[in-house]
Design a protein around this ligand. Structure first.
Ligand SMILES: [Ca+2]
Length: 183
């Protein structure tokens, strides 16, 4: 191969490489974190609940407050509503983090759910042992959803909630959460 030809091939390879990099940048993932606290206007979003009637205050809690419920009834739930994150892309993942920092939060299997479309169905994102959790922010889990979960051609994420495990020897805490849809 002559030097001229080699330069020409090299140049073509560079062009393909640059094109590939551009293509990767175009398909970059968009992450939209939503922060929601309980009961306060600190996050600007709203809450609703079944059970979780006890309101607690402590300096260790996020914004000094939380809600708590005996873990015996797994049909109770504490809900975090937030502005809709929507996409028509064919895949989405939802990550949940929970702020846990109180000795009464002992549920070994607190379960976190999120909505992913306009239907009234919520999907389990993950569980966490609130008793052994770090004092502060804890990663719960990330779950991915394929296009079969889309309704009316879109993913629509605007709510998450936490449920007790069902074991009445413990208590489930509901303090601040981060819900991050990525697509
Ligand atoms: Ca709080």
């Amino acid at each position: 191969m002559t030097t001229k030809k080699f330069v020409s091939v090299l140049s073509a390879c560079c062009s393909i490489l640059m094109y590939s990099i551009t293509a990767i940048q175009v398909s970059a993932v968009t992450s939209t974190p939503r922060f929601i606290d309980n009961d306060t206007n600190v996050s600007g979003y709203s809450n609703s609940r079944y059970g979780f009637s006890e309101y607690m205050s402590s300096s260790s809690l996020y914004y000094s407050d939380a809600r708590i419920q005996n873990s015996g009834n797994s049909s109770y739930s504490y809900h975090y509503h937030f502005p809709t994150v929507s996409t028509t892309k064919d895949n989405i993942s939802v990550e949940i983090k929970a702020y846990l920092n109180h000795s009464r939060f002992t549920d070994p299997q607190a379960t976190y759910y999120a909505s992913v479309n306009v239907d009234d169905v919520y999907y389990k994102i993950g569980t966490i042992n609130q008793n052994s959790a770090n004092a502060g922010w804890n990663y719960v889990n990330t779950r991915s959803f394929n296009k079969n979960y889309k309704i009316q051609g879109a993913f629509v994420v605007n709510e998450a909630y936490v449920c007790p495990s069902g074991n009445s020897r413990y208590e489930t805490g509901a303090d601040a959460v981060y819900v991050t849809p990525s697509y």
